[in-house]
Design a protein around this ligand. Structure first.
Ligand code: KG4
Ligand code: ZN
Length: 345
């Protein structure tokens, strides 16, 4: 166990289409800079080659800004933490190469971080208004690439007890939004429009999947066939009903998620829940979870919006805990496009 009182960690995140750097003093965040990539909007999804090129352009100014904002010099850094995976290989390589070069030139330890673990451990950042989860808790990772229920027994002792068999929850938002002619990423748009619509106007199929696993491809097909049928009858159907369509779709997604969470709480006997990932910004999901908390059924941890989508603060906090445990990585550590929570233990 390291006993240093003043540990300064630089966290770097570049797994998908956000280039981010954060600086930590122990478990306190001093800065968290994120450069998002608008270049993908025209293509309706992330284009891997464009993403890695944009990371190359953003990484130096983003790290520079993060250090300046934190008022920390490079020579004061205790270690550099980076996202090893999962993610797009070209994007991951930009962050990992930079982290390795910095580790080598400053002669400080290198720390690899699993992006999905980081989405859950973001709740351990020390902030005035934060209440940290108690172990064991149920972690829910809901993003554009993942949908998992994780039993979190300790910082680095996690077990995936349920996951999607096909599309991720964010993918369902984005693909169904595309069918409804909404811009990419459609998740935030659906969320905004659904506040103006009737959630019971249209009924979409609820998948029947055993255990704690999820499936969203059936819901996607249900939306597709429904829209095809209705637009045949009225070509302006989508435009005329967009708010009700979004509200009904979001209602169904929240219903699917909450049914599985109810089951997970019953089966594990754990009623403390922490969510993470881009979709945890969704207002319907937040309301449903807070409702459970108000009824004193569950203890719920919802990240600040800044920590929902991809960010380096979550990499920095994991870096800090790994530093305390002397969990360092060699310069030969290879990036992993596929990297489940299980294989990182
Ligand atoms: O975690 P994230 O930034 O990147 C991945 O690792 O995938 O998540 C991005 C996903 C996208 O699918 C986006 O549509 C979704 O999060 N998202 C939302 C909302 N904000 C972002 N989905 C539903 N409601 C939102 N408010
Ligand atoms: Zn993510």
């Amino acid at each position: 166990m390291t006993t240093n009182k003043d540990i300064y960690i630089l966290g770097i995140e570049s797994s998908c289409d956000d280039t981010s750097a954060a600086v930590f003093h122990n478990d306190k965040k001093l800065s968290n800079i994120v450069a998002t990539q608008d270049v993908h909007q025209a293509y309706g999804g992330v284009v891997p080659e464009l993403a890695s090129r944009a990371h190359q352009q953003h990484i130096v100014p983003v790290i520079d800004q993060a250090l300046k904002k934190a008022k920390v010099c490079k020579k004061d850094l205790s270690a550099v933490a980076f996202t090893r995976g999962p993610g797009l290989m070209g994007s991951l390589l930009v962050g990992s190469s930079f982290a390795k070069s910095l580790s080598l030139s400053l002669n400080i330890p290198l720390i690899e971080v699993n992006h999905m673990q980081a989405h859950l451990l973001v709740h351990f950042i020390d902030e005035i208004d934060s209440v940290k989860p108690n172990f064991p808790f149920l972690g829910i990772t809901i993003s554009g690439g993942h949908t998992q229920i994780v039993k979190v027994k300790d910082y680095f002792d996690m077990e995936v007890i349920g996951e999607t068999l096909d599309d991720a929850i964010g993918e369902a938002f984005d693909k169904c939004g595309k069918m409804m002619k909404l811009p990419y990423p459609a998740g935030p748009e659906i969320d905004k429009l659904s506040k103006l619509g009737d959630p019971h106007k249209f009924e979409f199929a609820k998948p029947q999947v055993k255990g704690l696993d999820f499936s969203f491809s059936g819901l996607k097909t249900s939306v597709l066939y429904f829209l095809q049928k209705r637009t045949k009858e009225n070509q302006n159907f989508i435009e005329e009903n967009i708010e009700d369509l979004c509200a009904s779709f979001q209602y169904k997604v929240v219903d699917i998620l909450m049914s599985k969470l109810n089951k997970a709480v019953k089966e594990t006997g754990i009623n403390e829940i922490a969510i993470g990932g881009g979709v945890s910004a969704n207002s319907g999901i937040r309301e449903a979870l807070l409702d459970k908390q108000h009824r004193k059924e569950w203890i719920v941890h919802i990240p600040k919006f800044e920590y929902c989508t991809d960010n380096a603060a979550m990499i920095g906090i994991v870096g800090y805990h790994k530093f305390l445990n002397n969990q360092f990585s060699p310069l030969t550590t290879a990036s992993k496009a596929r990297y489940t929570i299980k294989t990182s233990l």
